[in-house]
Write a protein that binds this ligand. Sequence first.
Ligand code: ZN
Length: 329
Amino acid sequence: MTSRKPNKHQKTVLQDVYEENQRLLGREVSVSGKTAKPTVMILLMALTIGFFLGGPEEKTASSPVSSVEELLSPEEQVRASMNEITEEDPLIDASVLSQIYGLSVRTIMIDPGHGGHDPGAVGQAGLTEKTITLDLALRLERRLKAHGFNVILTRQKDISVSLKRRTELAQENQADLFVSIHVNSVPVDTLAMIETFYFSPRGDARVEAIAEMENSNSGYSVGEWQSNLETVGRTVKVEDSRRLASHIQSAMISKMRELNPNLVDWGTRPGPFVVLMNSNVPAVLAEVTALSMPEEEQHLMDIEYRKQLVRGLESGILSYISEQEGNPT
Ligand SMILES: [Zn+2]
């Protein structure tokens, strides 16, 4: 591995990204940034390298829509774009992180919500949540792998996987983090929001309604669900999950507002999400936007918009890990 050092400009950008995240999290930032430990700086350097090599360079000029593409439905267009993920996203040479010993996070489990016979939310133009979440998960997998992490998806294609099976997969693969990706659907079609959840046996009425939608195909019987609820507090990493949620939320908002200032920040909340219930590692469920808003469905058809959503998720996860390494609990 050749060692790369960020130049002065990159360092400035890096520091800005870090400080912005800290500010969004309501933390004080030291002016010099000297509180960061070496590991944090290496992680942040990797983030910067990713930003410069993987970020702007991906923005190739968009080609005019071909006549073939015009014949495809929005759903078919997004599905078709998934086949090109390998070609279009240049990998960064960032085995940097894998060189660091003692990282508390090595394996990241990404969970694309829904799949198979369960489409999740469906937009007015027919775009489905299951297709969007898979597209985002495949892109995120690629980017996190480029940072040197072991990344595993709960599904690689359009198949049904019960929520119970998804948590089992995380345990079987000894995942250190679990991030479930979803797209919300709300009764108001003029509203799109970003919000990130972590587990709690109860949530407020609105969160419980969302959890109910997301809890279909759980794989649990009612009895199992009840008995799990009683014991769940013993294993779930509530505080770490809450912090992971808050890093992801603030990074998502900061990235997405660059493209769409109308996205509403609904923050982080606890709720009874089955897919997070039996996790023994930090686990969150991110509702990255809302398919119920037709304008947002149009945005989601744009590859650049989806790439930006992925950069938000990536940035939040890396920011959480950076903090974790700098402040071991
Ligand atoms: Zn969902």
